[in-house]
Design a protein around this ligand. Structure first.
Ligand SMILES: [Zn+2]
Length: 179
């Protein structure tokens, strides 16, 4: 099993585990922070300013994000208080058990590319949020007794790569749907 607490598979893609314990030299660090937080002449906006019209365009009511607050209830992704519930379900022991059962059912093999011995994730065929909505689950207690949520066949084992590809595909579908 390759499950480590605090392991973030997405950031792991960019920073393979071998990075752990290795440090950038002081010089590289400075260069990197200059890229992240450029100042003075290094700043791409050095010597450039927004014109008055541009300023009007991006401020106040004209700004695309005007009135949109990205956190909690105001976030466009907020689904009537159930996102934190999904997080709580994912952290529950029963969820970890379910995950293991799915992995066992699929014999710890990616169901897409048949790879073994790599980082494996469990993908919900019927999305977790959808099950929560359909069954009107609003508490963790209700979630724990909801049969639909814990059906082993609703989970499939995917390696990190295949899961990532799948999520990206889904994102693209959602984008074209809204266009
Ligand atoms: Zn795979």
């Amino acid at each position: 099993m390759y499950i480590k607490k605090g392991y973030n598979p997405i950031s792991a893609l960019n920073h393979p585990p071998s990075w752990k314990g290795k440090h950038h030299s002081e010089d590289t660090k400075r260069k990197m922070s200059n890229i992240k937080h450029p100042s003075g002449k290094n700043h791409p906006w050095y010597g450039r300013h927004h014109t008055k019209e541009q300023k009007e365009k991006i401020s106040g009511k004209n700004n695309y994000f005007y009135g949109i607050h990205m956190r909690g209830k105001d976030s466009p992704n907020y689904i009537d208080g159930r996102s934190p519930l999904a997080d709580r379900i994912r952290k529950n022991e029963k969820y970890k058990e379910w995950r293991l059962m799915v992995l066992g059912k699929d014999k710890f093999t990616c169901q897409e590319c048949r790879k073994r011995g790599v980082w494996l994730e469990v993908h919900h065929i019927n999305p977790l949020m959808q099950i929560i909505k359909e069954n009107n689950i609003d508490t963790l207690e209700k979630a724990l007794i909801c049969v639909d949520l814990w059906i082993i066949t609703n989970g499939t084992t995917l390696c990190l790569e295949c899961h990532y590809k799948y999520k990206r595909k889904k994102k693209q579908c959602l984008k074209t749907d809204t266009l």
